[in-house]
Design a protein around this ligand. Structure first.
Ligand SMILES: NC(=O)c1ccc[n+]([C@@H]2O[C@H](COP(=O)([O-])OP(=O)(O)OC[C@H]3O[C@@H](n4cnc5c(N)ncnc54)[C@H](OP(=O)(O)O)[C@@H]3O)[C@@H](O)[C@H]2O)c1
Length: 276
């Protein structure tokens, strides 16, 4: 897999940070995006210490013009990872049974528009690149989630946004593969990152960041349209989605996840910044 030039959104934290560090080698250029400049520069310094060239871009994925300009100017690109994302839950209680309007809009703007703002300019750049000896012009990988496989009442807009990412990547990938551009969607379960660090509910199958990064890189190298892990959680989620909705809901409502106060309001502001 050619990986001389790599662009990562959400490189300032968690999975994006882990991918940047794992890919940092002499001869490679890493384009690292996020909003938290301090964290981004810290990741860049670590990548440079491993011999890579690292270029930092403080960039909100919701800003289409800025994303276009960044990604177009960064090209050529062998690998693009759309990792930027946020999560949040319902707060519960009869008075606030659904998510706040602003949270829902922010979730879609970041998780869906942010991925589209990454993938479309990346496709345009890659279309103009020559094929390598495997016939590949480039690879694009976006973070969905096993949450995108279910309609979990605790995190409605997160589930919906991740379902959209998965369908968009897998369906668009069906067309782009013929053009030599391989798209992957990552449907992973819980990964131990700042996003999940303050969850107060049990997280079955919690995967360490390094293991998640290895699974993602292995799937991307194999050109897999959908990278799912742990397999049993993905399979169980698909099974839940096949159940009659009333049966599935009665199971979901017995889960501790998504109950009021079990998920922090993380990711709504730049990582490491005060969220008050
Ligand atoms: N951790 C899990 O259990 C898990 C499971 C399934 C899927 N995922 C998905 O994997 C991806 C990475 O999650 P993570 O666990 O690594 O979370 P994380 O540690 O909270 O990192 C999230 C990253 O997204 C960036 N980000 C958020 N909003 C942004 C915006 N508007 N513009 C630009 N960057 C933005 C953050 O950077 P700044 O704060 O610097 O902007 C940060 O680098 C997300 O899409 C998440 O939904 C995570």
């Amino acid at each position: 897999m050619k990986q001389d030039s790599i662009l990562i959104t959400g490189a300032s934290s968690g999975i994006g940070r882990g991918l940047a560090l794992a890919l940092a080698r002499p001869g490679r250029t890493l384009h690292l995006g996020g909003r938290n400049a301090r964290n981004l520069h810290d990741v860049a310094a670590r990548c440079i210490a491993r011999g890579a060239e690292a270029r930092v871009r403080v960039q909100d994925v919701r800003e289409q013009a800025g994303m276009d300009e960044w990604i177009t100017a960064a090209g050529p690109l062998d690998l693009v990872f759309a990792c930027a994302g946020i999560t949040a839950s319902t707060q519960g209680g009869e008075d606030a049974p659904h998510e706040p309007d602003a949270q829902i809009r922010r979730m879609f703007a970041t998780n869906v528009d942010g991925v589209i703002n990454t993938v479309l300019p990346a496709l345009a750049v890659m279309r103009g690149q020559p094929r390598d000896r495997d016939g590949v012009r480039g690879r694009i990988c976006a973070m969905s989630s096993v949450a995108g496989l279910v309609s979990f009442p605790g995190t409605p807009s997160y589930c919906a946004s991740k379902a959209a990412v998965d369908r968009f990547m897998v369906a668009t990938g069906g067309n782009m593969a013929r053009a030599g551009i391989l798209l992957s969607s990552v449907c992973c379960g819980f990964v131990a990152t700042p996003m999940t660090a303050h969850n107060t509910f049990p997280m079955p199958g919690l995967t360490q960041t390094g293991d998640a990064v290895r699974a993602i890189l292995s799937g991307v190298a194999r050109g897999r349209p959908r990278i799912s892990f742990p397999w049993w959680l993905a399979a169980g989620s698909r099974f839940m989605d096949l159940l009659p909705i009333r049966v599935a809901r009665s199971c979901y409502f017995r889960q501790p996840a998504g109950q009021a106060g079990t998920m922090p309001e993380t990711g709504l502001e730049p990582s490491g910044a005060p969220t008050a």
